[in-house]
Design a binder for this molecule. Structure first.
Ligand SMILES: [Zn+2]
Length: 332
């Protein structure tokens, strides 16, 4: 009841608390702020803006199912130290958001980036994210237009907490936006080489809905049921009928969700399957250039276009070298 009026009083407290509880900033190398993030694409975008001025620590280990992820109780420590907790939102990380709310220090902010950049009227509900479940498709980050908006939110939030470095964050944002735009332009050029304009996606994991809408691809469907388990035999039979009826040329699987169903549907229908798309699992190892949002999406777009018979001259030439060193922590 007194929560709201007390907010303004609390807002002044961190200055005092910050002075005595300086354990977080006592490591000499740290420039002050600590940012916690959830999935690795968001961690990577945050790192591209934060550079060496802000410590960035991810929470969801790479290659894990972020949709059902429940943080270990030990994550509470990171959440209680963080000045900002960036989550995707759109109900992707509810358990982490709950743990954050229960543990964050006063003055710290929980920022749902996705929820900030997209109005509810633009939420997409579909195969694996049906409306009656109340959870929209959360995968905005596979669309470069939204990734740039994510970066802008991160720039603005970091600048609010650390105004002295605002120009640095702005320059990093400009560099990231330029690279993401170059990637989007290369994608548009290369996708035009797919024979008969057949930009059709049947994926295992349902991660490309917003991307498809913005870039003129057609999502035929997704194989993964809403509970993120493998489709049942009767669902597989229905999918086989659908793949035959729609003459789907390629079925795209996901590294994060390996499934034998792809092979089964492939051999029953004659469709090719390509099982190496990545959802939120960055390629390479931390510290390598392709271990980044840019590297992830360059890999995914290239894989889609080649599997559909197109060429990727423009995407191949996109420079994904990070403009600032990525020192973020990526749990594996
Ligand atoms: Zn996903």
């Amino acid at each position: 009841m007194r929560l709201r009026p007390a907010l303004t009083a609390f807002a002044a407290l961190p200055l005092i608390l910050g002075a005595c509880a300086s354990s977080g900033s006592s490591d000499a190398s740290a420039s002050g702020l600590l940012v916690a993030t959830t999935v690795s694409p968001i961690t990577s975008i945050a790192a591209a803006i934060a550079g060496d001025k802000v410590r960035v620590e991810g929470i969801v280990p790479e290659g894990t199912n972020s949709h059902t992820f429940e943080p270990e109780p030990s994550v509470a420590k990171l959440l209680s130290d963080a000045d900002i907790v960036f989550i995707n939102g759109l109900k992707l990380e509810d358990p982490t958001a709950e743990l954050a709310k229960a543990n964050m220090k006063s003055g710290a902010d929980l920022v749902e980036i996705g929820t900030t950049v997209i109005p509810e009227s633009d939420y997409i509900y579909d195969f694996s994210f049906p409306k009656e479940e109340g959870k929209p498709n959360p995968h905005l980050w596979t669309d470069p237009l939204y990734a740039i908006k994510y970066a802008a939110v991160i720039r603005d939030e970091l600048s609010k907490k650390d105004p002295t470095n605002a120009a640095y964050f702005a320059a990093n944002f400009d560099a990231f936006a330029a690279q993401a735009t170059a990637l989007a332009n290369a994608l548009r050029a290369d996708q035009a080489t797919v024979p008969n304009g057949a930009l059709k996606l049947l994926t295992y994991h349902d991660a490309y809905a917003y991307f498809a809408k913005d870039f003129g691809w057609q999502i035929i469907g997704a194989l993964q049921p809403k509970n993120f388990e493998d489709p049942s035999p009767s669902e597989v039979a229905a999918l086989i009928d659908q793949v035959k009826a729609q003459q789907v040329p390629v079925i795209f699987g996901s590294e994060v969700f390996p499934s034998k169903v792809l092979e089964e549907i492939g051999s029953a229908t004659g469709a090719k399957y390509e099982d190496s798309l990545r959802d939120d699992d960055l390629p390479g190892a931390p510290g390598e250039a392709d271990h980044s949002w840019l590297g992830l999406m360059k890999y995914d777009y290239t894989t889609m276009i080649r599997a559909l018979g197109g060429t990727t001259t423009n995407l191949d030439a996109v420079d994904i070298t990070p403009k600032v060193k990525d020192s973020a922590v990526y749990p594996q």
